[in-house]
Design a protein around this ligand. Structure first.
Ligand SMILES: NC(=O)C1=CN([C@@H]2O[C@H](COP(=O)(O)OP(=O)(O)OC[C@H]3O[C@@H](n4cnc5c(N)ncnc54)[C@H](OP(=O)(O)O)[C@@H]3O)[C@@H](O)[C@H]2O)C=CC1
Ligand SMILES: Nc1c(N[C@@H]2O[C@H](COP(=O)(O)O)[C@@H](O)[C@H]2O)[nH]c(=O)[nH]c1=O
Length: 596
């Protein structure tokens, strides 16, 4: 990172009446709105290539109304959009300029990186498309910027016009997943299907390959790449034997989820091949235990539910941190998911074909409606021709207006003083945008660590360092190449994906002492991270008295698991470091590292 930001940031520039007048333009804010829309478009650029995360874009324009810098968040744990835009513009051009953001920045790292970047660069005004949808972040950056003397205009609050409304809409659309998730406490769910012109998703025999064109199916790969997971029902597995991979050339591969009550599934199925991406089977408690064991032996995770239904399953995946889910199931499961209110958006590919067939399945099964007046109306509908097919998409539930529903944390505390932002005794952390997101190894804090020959090497995050060290010191040029590739991964999530994939595919390249060394590797990286960043050190010390738990439900070694079954080594190491920083460890015990 070329710029470094101190906290709290100094006020370097003041607003002038002339700059406000000129940047407000003619009063209908057309130019302002177009810059915010551009920020929204930019923020969407990483979709399909990195796992879903809040989308941020930033456009900086000078008082003459010319764009001088732009940036967008590539993946969780990478350089914030605002920092990139400031760097792209360069120091001189930022002074007196206005920054346009599709969404209020979310500071989870205690260093206010985005706010500091704007303030230090001499930005005099910030136009924000929407406030942050997550309660613990909502309003914080707007307040921080204003307290630094920067004029902040929030669309819909401080600026109003037709053009502003449209820009606001584009901001809502690019972060629809986050807004729905915040409002409904389930991941944003999209139902996608391909049907013939006579409304069939398969022939009466169940054969469905293919209804839509190749071009439409490539579009589906992109949709998959924008999702955390894809859901199908048991019957689709039996009939189609799908792969459900995102073959669009992007980096991100969603998980695959099979919902099955009976667990009456074939022994051989493409979804049981987890060499590229994982599969989770969710089923009824007690269903076919022997088959559950068989799946587990293949590396497929099985999760039992007391009463398997789409809502409970979505609440479960909400807890697992999922933002966005694509449903590619048949009509039976789709109807159940719609009835339970967990589907938010529909993508229907309509192919100009007729198959007929009284018993041929349709995209949505029984919803119990008897009159057309009961039909569900889609909103924000769009129509697009994709090759020979027509893609109709729209929202089944309007985008929630969070303004009255989710007040900022300060407002909530004022209304109900018993509400505290964080659980006092156990602090859970996981995604970088969550409270205490800086404790995650994906947080954007580069470290410089000595290598075997005494030189110092930079790593973009603790995750980069950790993943690469699986292959460090292995006497094989291929292993050395993987170390370098992981080191230069564009984001922590890419580093994690590469590190895990190589481990799965080439276990012979993993250093033989990895199991006994990995805690030490992690400890060294964490110690460096929490030593050189004072605000991270303060954040860690501020948790004294609390138990730290990495709320990863997948990783039962570093994380705490879903029901506390994980070993939580990441939380434990952080607590150990906290004790060391607080001087609770004697010098003799300082080097003692938790052993597994
Ligand atoms: N053209 C297209 O876009 C698509 C077409 N298809 C086609 O659709 C047909 C399959 O349709 P359909 O049988 O509806 O598909 P699904 O397999 O998607 O859904 C039904 C199955 O879901 C499981 N399930 C688990 N929980 C529930 C629940 N609460 N409610 C309902 N189902 C639940 C059951 O599996 P179990 O029986 O194992 O317990 C059930 O049989 C196939 O011919 C396939 O080719 C499928 C997807 C997309
Ligand atoms: N038949 C049909 C679709 N079917 C969906 O795609 C799945 C197969 O995915 P994969 O194995 O990865 O190619 C299948 O199980 C079902 O969910 N999708 C479409 O876009 N168009 C089509 O015509």
């Amino acid at each position: 990172m070329a710029l470094s930001f101190c906290y709290p940031p100094p006020i370097t520039c003041r607003l002038t009446a002339a700059t406000i007048r000129s940047s407000h333009g003619n009063g209908n804010y057309t130019l302002e709105a177009s810059f915010v829309r551009r920020a929204a478009d930019l923020s969407d650029k990483s979709s399909g290539f990195t796992s879903p995360h809040p989308n941020f874009g930033c456009v900086i324009a000078n008082p003459g109304g010319n764009v001088v810098g732009e940036g967008y968040l590539y993946a969780q744990g990478t350089t914030p959009a605002e920092v990139q835009a400031v760097e792209a513009a360069g120091a001189d051009l930022c002074i007196g300029a206005t920054a346009y953001l599709n969404m209020e920045p979310g500071d989870c790292h205690g260093d206010s990186t985005a706010v500091s970047a704007l303030v230090q660069a001499g930005i005099v005004r910030v136009v924000v498309g929407m406030r942050h949808p997550l309660q613990h972040l909502r309003g914080n950056a707007v307040r921080a910027l204003r307290s630094q003397g920067i004029r902040v205009d929030v669309l819909g609050e401080d600026l109003q016009s037709k053009a502003v409304e449209e820009a606001q809409k584009s901001c809502h659309l690019v972060n629809a997943h986050l807004i729905y998730r915040a409002a409904s406490r389930v991941p944003f769910s999209v139902l996608k299907y391909a049907m013939t012109l006579d409304g069939k998703i398969a022939a009466s025999s169940g054969h469905a390959a293919w209804i839509s064109s190749k071009k439409s199916r490539s579009r589906v790969f992109e949709l998959r790449g924008r999702s955390d997971a894809i859901v199908v029902g048991g019957n689709t597995v039996r009939k189609d034997n799908p792969r459900l991979t995102a073959r669009h050339g992007g980096g991100h591969l969603p998980m695959r989820i099979v919902m099955t009550q009976t667990l009456d599934l074939p022994e051989e199925a493409n979804l049981w091949d987890i060499s590229e991406v994982s599969t989770i089977v969710v089923t009824q408690r007690g269903a076919r235990r022997s088959f559950q064991k068989y799946l587990a032996s293949k590396g497929v995770e099985v999760v039992e539910f007391d009463m398997l239904n789409p809502r409970d399953v979505m609440e479960y995946f909400y807890d697992r941190g999922y933002l966005s889910i694509l449903w590619e199931c048949g009509g039976t499961l789709a109807a159940s998911a719609i009835s339970l209110g967990v589907i938010h958006k529909v993508f229907a590919f309509v192919a100009p074909k007729i198959i007929g067939g009284r018993n041929a399945p349709s995209p949505v099964g029984e919803l119990g409606m008897v009159e057309m007046s009961q039909a569900l109306d889609l909103s924000d509908v769009s129509y697009e021709q994709v090759g020979p097919d027509m893609l109709v998409s729209g929202f089944l539930q309007p985008i929630p207006d969070l303004t009255p529903v989710i007040p900022s944390m300060n407002e909530t505390s004022a209304i109900d003083p018993t509400v505290t932002p964080y659980e006092p005794n156990i602090i859970f952390f996981y995604k970088t945008w969550d409270p205490y997101g800086a404790f995650s190894n994906f947080s954007p804090h580069p470290i410089r660590m000595p290598n075997g020959t005494g030189d110092y090497v930079s790593w973009s995050s603790v995750e980069h360092y950790y993943q690469a060290h699986k292959y460090v010191g292995v006497d094989n040029p291929q292993a050395q190449q993987y170390v370098e590739e992981i080191r230069s991964a564009k984001s922590p999530e890419e580093a994690a994906r590469m590190g895990r994939l190589v481990q799965r595919r080439h276990p012979d390249l993993v250093r033989p002492d990895w199991d006994s060394m990995k805690i030490d590797v992690m400890y060294r990286a964490l110690k460096f991270k929490f030593s050189i960043y004072p605000h991270l050190n303060s954040m860690l010390l501020s948790t004294a008295g609390s138990i730290l738990v990495e709320a990863s439900p997948h990783d039962l070694f570093w994380g705490g698991g879903r029901e506390g079954e994980g070993l939580n080594y990441l939380g434990r190491l952080l607590m150990q470091l906290r004790s060391e920083f607080l001087g609770e460890y004697s010098s003799s015990s300082e080097s003692t590292i938790l052993s597994p």
